[in-house]
Design a protein around this ligand. Structure first.
Ligand code: UD1
Ligand code: F6R
Length: 371
């Protein structure tokens, strides 16, 4: 049931304030006079000690689920102090990469049925790792076969392009980082700030959804383009990859997410007056580096669309020629949840304007159960 919406993808984008609320329901503890703010993940509480003792945490997934894990990687590294590595499920299988008993392997999958991820799970089980699932589908193969896990509770996702599951996955993995780091006194203030940020997040997502018309106007400008680049780094490298994946898979436009720190090692050669480039430059520890990236792209006459924090337009607009997307500021590690929303809206409107099928992009299936 699409309700007042024309497409499931549109409905699922706009329902994110509610899906995120459901994801967090009963899992955030407000604290009080004698109790610290904390998170409670029922499916993990008996396994946290084992996870904290592991030598490495390995995230394994495909497509959007991989990108969600990439978005959560920095905060998990920060709060756990454990090395976190990333594996695309098919690539881990192709390489038969090493997985050890001392590893915690985290399998991220909306459907819980993706063949590559499921096969990587069997492989990790054979190798003796602790296997944790993060899925949206109760009773799915990945939920059943992992040792423990967390249901993201985002509600049924029907559009083939994953949107609300992505933001809920990031929130669950941020909560996972908080739960693992829970025994560390030195990071308590940081953790409490993130928990406050989680409480405020649905409201901030509601605010960023007001950019709908602005993104539709931007889509009109980009309707006939061949290609779109998205530059990000740090917490928002994942946003660049995921924004590009949305544009590519539904609007059928070539799009590439680029790690801004790699710009000079190749991508800069593509920059000219015609190719549109989205640069994500919201406030965090990487902001000044992104300002310098903007300057360098501008010096090569790049056609820039800069995503920045509200009130920052003047500090990111060199020469005043770029278009700006201003988004509300949240705690740095949660900013990817906000920043992906305008790009989801852009991909959606581009698709509708270009006359393609939004909910069933050609050649794609919601759940990839064959290899
Ligand atoms: C659980 C209940 C929820 C109830 C809540 C109240 C279920 C599915 N969830 O939620 O309805 O409101 O208690 O306390 O009944 N698991 C895996 N792999 C996965 C995902 C989950 O093994 O990929 C396991 C977990 O370790 C856990 C169980 O499935 O044992 C349920 O997980 P989850 O729904 O996340 O737990 P709660 O949030 O505690
Ligand atoms: C992109 C998309 C795919 C899936 C991928 C993994 O919008 O939907 O990239 O993310 O096929 O699917 P799950 O998460 O079900 O394992």
């Amino acid at each position: 049931n699409k309700g007042k919406y024309e497409h499931y993808m549109q409905k699922e984008i706009h329902e994110q304030p509610e899906s995120l609320t459901t994801t967090m329901r009963g899992r955030l503890i407000r604290g009080g006079s004698c109790k610290a703010k904390s998170v409670l993940l029922g499916g993990l509480k008996d396994h946290l000690k084992t996870i904290r003792r592991s030598r490495r945490i390995v995230f394994i997934g495909c497509g959007t689920s991989y990108n969600a894990a990439l978005a959560a990687r920095p905060i998990l590294e920060e709060l756990s102090g454990i090395p976190v590595t990333m594996e695309v499920a098919s690539d881990l299988l192709d390489r038969q990469g090493p997985i050890y008993r001392e590893d915690t392997a985290v399998f991220v999958s909306q459907s819980g049925e993706t063949a590559d991820t499921l096969q990587a799970l069997e492989y990790a089980l054979e190798n003796g790792a602790l296997c944790v699932g993060i899925t949206n589908t109760v009773g799915s193969a990945i939920a059943r076969n992992t040792h423990c896990g967390v249901h993201i509770n985002a509600g049924c996702e029907i559009g083939v392009a994953s949107t609300k599951a992505y933001t809920s996955q990031i929130v669950v993995m941020a909560m996972l980082a908080l739960a693992i780091g829970d025994d560390t006194i030195s990071s308590q203030a940081r953790r409490e700030a993130i928990i406050d940020g989680l409480f405020d997040l649905p409201g901030k997502v509601k605010e960023v959804l007001k950019l709908d018309q602005e993104m539709k106007d931007l889509a009109k400008l980009l309707i006939a383009e061949q290609s779109l680049l998205v530059f990000g780094r740090g917490y928002n490298y994942a946003t660049a990859l995921e924004g590009a994946l949305k544009v590519k898979e539904v609007a059928l436009m070539h799009s590439e997410g680029i790690l801004a720190g790699e710009m000079k090692h190749g991508p800069l050669a593509l920059v000219d007056e015609t190719l549109p480039i989205v640069v994500i430059a919201t406030r965090d520890a990487c902001f000044s580096k992104q300002q310098s990236v903007i300057q360098q792209l501008h010096a090569r006459k790049g056609r820039l669309i800069v995503m920045c924090t509200e009130g920052d337009a003047a500090s990111v607009c060199v020469g005043g020629s770029s278009r700006v997307i201003e988004v509300p500021r949240v705690e740095d590690c949660l900013q990817p949840v906000i920043n992906i929303v305008p790009l989801q809206l852009l991909a959606y409107h581009l698709t509708v304007l270009r006359g393609y099928n939004v909910d069933q992009p050609r050649n794609l299936a919601k759940s990839v159960t064959t290899q």
